[in-house]
Design a protein around this ligand. Structure first.
Ligand SMILES: NC(=O)c1ccc[n+]([C@@H]2O[C@H](COP(=O)([O-])OP(=O)(O)OC[C@H]3O[C@@H](n4cnc5c(N)ncnc54)[C@H](OP(=O)(O)O)[C@@H]3O)[C@@H](O)[C@H]2O)c1
Length: 258
């Protein structure tokens, strides 16, 4: 059994959470260009309005929210149902990254990271899933990261939040495939955005937000569960994670200088 893709985005009702910058903004732009109806969320209203102003009238729906707030998530979903009567694709992109090592472990920032990166997508799925289950159709796409594959330097809070996304998506896929609801787990490598601008090291296989959006949207169209890119980097990390621990840690210490 293979899950459904989306043949064309034209006319589809899509909710992009995290559309105010970076990868999410690039996805929202591409979807608007493809003729989809796009609800755009994030906290920065000005950025969302600027995006909507470049779209056709009634094509974009601006729904500002904080993903750590259940009530705002519910209200935004209600607006989508009132305006469009349903939702075909939830594309959850929002996330935060604060570099952190064990010698500067900050529990307040770790809690905020888990709340945003792991509980945020869970909140969104909780509000959209009942209607999709009832209709036996729909798509859930969630942006995790290759940082969730295995322990990496400077990712003491970010890494676990993204590892949780992988497990969440795997379990959703297991449960939802027989129900006709598609799940797309998205694991980007390094993408040039506001989030990575703070990195003080050379990022291997760095791609643009537009290239990332293209990979994501093509993967969803093809019905892929495991959307990871760029393959030359994500494929290598996939290989590393199946190595025995002594070998994995030896390679990391030998070659990763951050
Ligand atoms: N860039 C990379 O190399 C890379 C690699 C792997 C995975 N990722 C993942 O890709 C996703 C997008 O990141 P990006 O690189 O495009 O970074 P970005 O430009 O900083 O975008 C982050 C997005 O998340 C939103 N966001 C953050 N906290 C939020 C909150 N509490 N409520 C609502 N929205 C919130 C931001 O909107 P507001 O600030 O307006 O709320 C913004 O739209 C993240 O999940 C990130 O972990 C990025």
């Amino acid at each position: 059994m293979k899950q459904q893709g989306i043949v064309t985005f034209s006319g589809k009702r899509i909710w992009v959470i995290g559309a105010s910058s970076g990868i999410g903004q690039a996805c929202a732009k591409a979807l608007l260009t493809a003729g989809a109806k796009v609800a755009i969320s994030g906290r920065r209203v000005e950025q969302l309005n600027a995006l909507a102003n470049n779209a056709l009238i009634d094509q974009a729906l601006v729904l500002p929210l904080d993903v750590t707030n259940n009530l705002q998530m519910n209200q935004a979903h209600q607006m989508i149902l009132e305006q469009w009567g349903g939702l075909d694709l939830l594309l959850f992109v929002s996330g935060m990254y604060v570099p952190m090592r064990a010698d500067d472990f900050n529990i307040a920032l770790a809690e905020q990271t888990i709340d945003t990166n792991l509980l945020g997508p869970m909140r969104a799925v909780a509000v959209v899933l009942p209607a999709m289950l009832q209709a036996h159709t729909g798509h859930l796409a969630i942006v995790g990261s290759v940082a969730g594959y295995s322990g990496l330097p400077k990712a003491l809070a970010y890494g676990p939040s993204k590892a949780g996304i992988i497990n969440f998506c795997e379990t959703l896929y297991y449960d939802l495939l027989p129900q006709g609801v598609s799940v797309h787990m998205i694991s980007p490598g390094f993408v040039a955005t506001e989030a990575t601008a703070q990195n003080d090291f050379e990022m291997p296989a760095l791609i643009t937000a537009e290239q990332a959006a293209q990979e994501i949207l093509q993967g969803i169209q093809a019905g892929e569960f495991d959307i990871h890119f760029p393959k030359r980097f994500s494929g290598f990390l996939k290989l590393l994670r199946i190595l025995p621990y002594p070998l994995y840690f030896w390679i990391m210490r030998r070659f990763v200088k951050i």
